[in-house]
Each structure stands twice: as structure tokens, then as C-alpha cells.
Ligand binder design. Structure first.
Ligand code: AMP
Ligand code: FE
Ligand code: FE
Ligand code: ZN
Length: 275
């Protein structure tokens, strides 16, 4: 079984529309694919009646969160699977997150323009096409203008990686955990040890999340080194958490292919059983 539990469609910052993502998943010989867009369920909500016969769709989300045990707070991503997308408190919080993304996107463009970098909010909004605005949409505008040559370069420290990175007002991770569980979902901490993406939370935070009902840890992720994978795997075993893997596919916004990282079938079954 080939099970990829972390992918993005054009409903957030991936480049393939959800239906094309499902076709790509069949081509990549996946048996199970989770669509986990940032702060929206719009992607899988539109295609779940039209899933190809040879593949199973796991409805998911990647929730933008923060852990306030450090100053300033550390941002982290919580994957939620099998949630009811109509649960009102969840709908309201996701709407708030998406609005915060729009405001931050506008401010990021203003910051760039103040330095004489000629991209416009209209361009970025056109690229996002209604999806929650993320730095990849701004990066794509920079690439189109020839201001950088690759998306990786757009994320360099002197661009969106640091210089033009504005923090977002994300959801407290314990609040998000509770919202997802109340919406009938299960939770997996995405790329918990990926220090190359920024600050990571201490193990104690993961212990506290496990006590609050966290279901799993994403061990196999492209941004984890072999040492980080080993560490997170040991932590999952010690805490009795499910071990998952996923490619974090973003279409042409990233270079990692679908199915590059997978979840073992026994672990997938544990996730299903935890619903
Ligand atoms: P945001 O959510 O707006 O802060 O943007 C973060 C997103 O940018 C994440 O979803 C990452 O997948 C993406 N990202 C981070 N680094 C890179 C990179 N080097 N190349 C392409 N995408 C990236
Ligand atoms: Fe992303
Ligand atoms: Fe993430
Ligand atoms: Zn992701």
C-alpha cells in the first residue's frame, strides 16, 4: 500500500486543482491520498463525490498554529483528518485564519514595494485565485517578474525567508487540537522536528500535546533529516502515538514529488481506528 498523508492542492498553495491532484495520485500509484490544504477544506470538499475508483481520499487540513510556551510564540502545523467541515466553531476559526493571511499578504506586498520591489497585491491575489494567501503565492509573483529565478530563492533569508516574513496570528495549538477533535477529527503534528523551516518546539510540548489527545507525529517528511526522523520515531513510540509520513506535495511550487514519503499501512489503520 502506498499512502501519502500530506499534500496541497491549488485550494491553498499547491499548483494542481484538486481533481488534477487526484489524477496525479493515481499516476503516482498511490492507494490513499490525504488532501491537507492550509486552513481550508475547500479542496477535498469539492471533489469528494468524484474520487477515482482506484484511490481512497482522506479528507484533511493543515492548521496554522502557534505554541505560546516560548517568546515569541513558535509556529507549528497541525494536520487534522476526517473533520466535519461544517462544524461552526471550526469554520469560524478557519475563516479568521484566512483573513489574517490576506492582511499579512497585503502588508508583505507593501513591505516589498517600500523597498522598490515592483509586485502588486492584485498580481498576488490573482495567483492565489481565492485560496488562503501564503508566501508561495508572493514567491510565484517574484518568480514571474524575474526578480528571483526559483521558488527556493524566493524563500532565501533576504526575501520571504526572513527579510519579508511577517508573523501571522495563528491559532493556539491546544485550541486547534480541541477544535479538530470536537469536529470528529484526528490530529497529527506535521514536521515537528523540521528545524530548517524555523524554530521547533521542545519535546515537552509534544508530551503535553499527547496528554491533550494528539493522535500522531509526522516522522517521514522531506524536511526531516535521518537523525530527526529517528528522534521523532522514538518519541512517538514512547508516547504511544501513530507514526505517519507524507510528501507535503505542492505541485510546481516545490520539487518533492507525490508519494516521496509514505505512511505504513498498520499506522494508517491505527489512525482510522482513532476516529
Ligand atoms: P506561509 O504559510 O504563508 O507562512 O508560507 C509557508 C509555506 O511556504 C509552507 O506551506 C511551505 O510549504 C512553503 N515553503 C517554505 N519554504 C519553501 C521553499 N523553499 N520553497 C517552496 N515553498 C516553500
Ligand atoms: Fe504550503
Ligand atoms: Fe506544513
Ligand atoms: Zn504542508
Amino acid at each position: 500500500m502506498r499512502i501519502d498523508l500530506h499534500t496541497h492542492s491549488a485550494a491553498s498553495d499547491g499548483t494542481l486543482p484538486p481533481s488534477r491532484l487526484l489524477e496525479a495520485a493515481v499516476q503516482a500509484r498511490l492507494d490513499v491520498i490525504a488532501i491537507t490544504d492550509h486552513d481550508t477544506t475547500a479542496g477535498w470538499d469539492t471533489v469528494r463525490e468524484a474520487v477515482p475508483d482506484d484511490i481512497a481520499l482522506v479528507p484533511g487540513i493543515e492548521f496554522s498554529c502557534q505554541w505560546t510556551g516560548a517568546a515569541p510564540p513558535i509556529s507549528l502545523h497541525l494536520l487534522g483528518y476526517f473533520i466535519d467541515p461544517t462544524y461552526p466553531p471550526l469554520v469560524a476559526e478557519l475563516e479568521r485564519l484566512r483573513q489574517a493571511r490576506t492582511e499579512r499578504g497585503r502588508r508583505t506586498v507593501e513591505l516589498l514595494r517600500a523597498d522598490g520591489i515592483d509586485i502588486t497585491w492584485d498580481e498576488v491575489a490573482r495567483i492565489a485565485a481565492g485560496a488562503p494567501v501564503g508566501r508561495p503565492h508572493i514567491g510565484a509573483a517574484l518568480v514571474r517578474r524575474g526578480l528571483v529565478s526559483t521558488m527556493d530563492e524566493a524563500f532565501a533569508p533576504h526575501w520571504l525567508g526572513e527579510r519579508y516574513r511577517i508573523p501571522k496570528a495563528d491559532t493556539d495549538v491546544f485550541v486547534a487540537l480541541d477544535l479538530i477533535h470536537r469536529a470528529g477529527g484526528v490530529t497529527v503534528f506535521a514536521h515537528p522536528a523540521a528545524s530548517r523551516r524555523g524554530r521547533i518546539v521542545p519535546d515537552q510540548a509534544i508530551v503535553e500535546l499527547a496528554a491533550a489527545g494528539l493522535t500522531g507525529l509526522e516522522v517521514d517528511h522531506p524536511d526531516h533529516t535521518p537523525e530527526q526522523r529517528a528522534h521523532v520515531r522514538d518519541l512517538a513510540r514512547a508516547l504511544g502515538l501513530v507514526v505517519t509520513g507524507g510528501s507535503d506535495f505542492h505541485g510546481t511550487h516545490k520539487t518533492v514529488p507525490l508519494g516521496a514519503e509514505l505512511t505504513a499501512v498498520e499506522e494508517y489503520e491505527r489512525l482510522l481506528a482513532a476516529r
